[in-house]
Design a protein around this ligand. Structure first.
Ligand SMILES: Nc1ncnc2c1ncn2[C@@H]1O[C@H](COP(=O)(O)OP(=O)(O)OP(=O)(O)O)[C@@H](O)[C@H]1O
Ligand SMILES: [Mg+2]
Length: 286
């Protein structure tokens, strides 16, 4: 069912699932068009923690913006929990963003009120959230190991602490989905590790599904499932040490980056069936 009741999410707790099918997004600038997403298919279970990798321009931020409803994709569907967000009105979408879906923009400072303390930031972020889901600001900050800085001016906080306060404010309304764009960039190792721990804590404590963009392999390995974007599509996935390429809706496979030099574009490949599996055999020059 779609409507303000589900979009605003009064009373539901725990994580939200994400189901993306055939997502295409084209930015139109004057005369030119940039195809940022070329058919993304991705499913994320409720309560999963996922990182998005990929080269600059591969569509990571655009995908996050589509998941939060900040942009309306050119084609395809995005389901967050039971809501097909393409069918929500602007009003329903803003309710979704105020309540069940939280976005952390790149750069901690952009997510915080500069002249307010962490406790005031968290309290402000809770406006409009269901009282039942929202923990008191002091409790939430203490729970995320930020109790000591709850009433400090933001200027006195380290980069890692600022980012963790931004996460606290983002989840203050008890969201089911947290979307974070490069939450550990520009941090030292200690700050980065503390931010990872905070994201994990939020996931354990509230069951929040976490999707974070990162360029840092270690962040990906620690948060679990890694989805690699390549030229506007999901190209590869990793879990722990394992790496998989992902079959697109059109049947296309992206070669792992390390193999590209051996198999340049235009290489002829024979696909041989081998029981349930397929083997890819490059055609040798005659
Ligand atoms: N507002 C916009 N208007 C026009 N083109 C855009 C806009 N935002 C992104 N693009 C283009 O869309 C493509 C995907 O961009 P996106 O920002 O999603 O990539 P990204 O993977 O987040 O890159 P980065 O790692 O640099 O942040 C790029 O070609 C980019 O230039
Ligand atoms: Mg980006």
């Amino acid at each position: 069912m779609t409507g303000p009741g589900t979009a605003g999410g009064s009373g539901t707790t725990g994580g939200l699932s994400v189901r993306v099918e055939g997502l295409v997004h084209i930015y139109r600038l004057h005369e030119t068009e940039v195809v940022a997403l070329r058919g993304v298919d991705l499913q994320i279970a409720a309560g999963e923690t996922v990182t998005l990798f990929g080269p600059s321009g591969s569509g990571k931020s655009t995908l996050l913006a589509a998941l939060s409803g900040l942009i309306r994709p050119s084609a395809g569907t995005v389901r967050i929990g039971d809501d097909d967000i393409g069918r929500l009105s602007e009003r329903e979408l803003s309710r979704l963003r105020l309540g069940r879906v939280a976005t952390l923009l790149q750069g901690a400072g952009r997510n915080l009120l500069p002249y307010a303390t962490p406790a005031q930031n968290v309290a402000f972020a809770q406006r409009g959230a269901s009282r039942r889901r929202a923990a008191p600001a002091a409790d939430l900050l203490a729970d995320l190991d930020l109790g000591d800085v709850a009433d400090a001016p933001l200027g006195a906080l380290s980069g890692g602490e600022l980012q963790r306060v931004a996460i606290a404010a983002a989840v203050a309304g008890g969201p089911g989905l947290l979307l974070a764009d490069e939450p550990t960039s520009q941090l030292d190792l200690a700050g980065r590790d503390a931010v990872i721990a905070t994201l994990q804590r939020v996931n354990e404590r509230f069951g929040t599904t976490v999707v974070a963009v990162t360029h840092d392999r270690e962040v990906g390995e620690r948060l679990g499932r890694q989805v690699v974007m390549r030229a506007g599509r999901v190209g590869e996935e990793g879990r722990g040490e394992e790496r998989f390429v992902v079959v697109g809706a059109d049947g296309a496979l992206h070669l792992p980056l390390g193999e590209r030099d051996q198999w340049p574009a235009g290489t002829l490949v024979e696909v041989r069936r081998d029981g349930e599996d397929l083997r890819l055999v490059r055609r040798r020059q005659p």
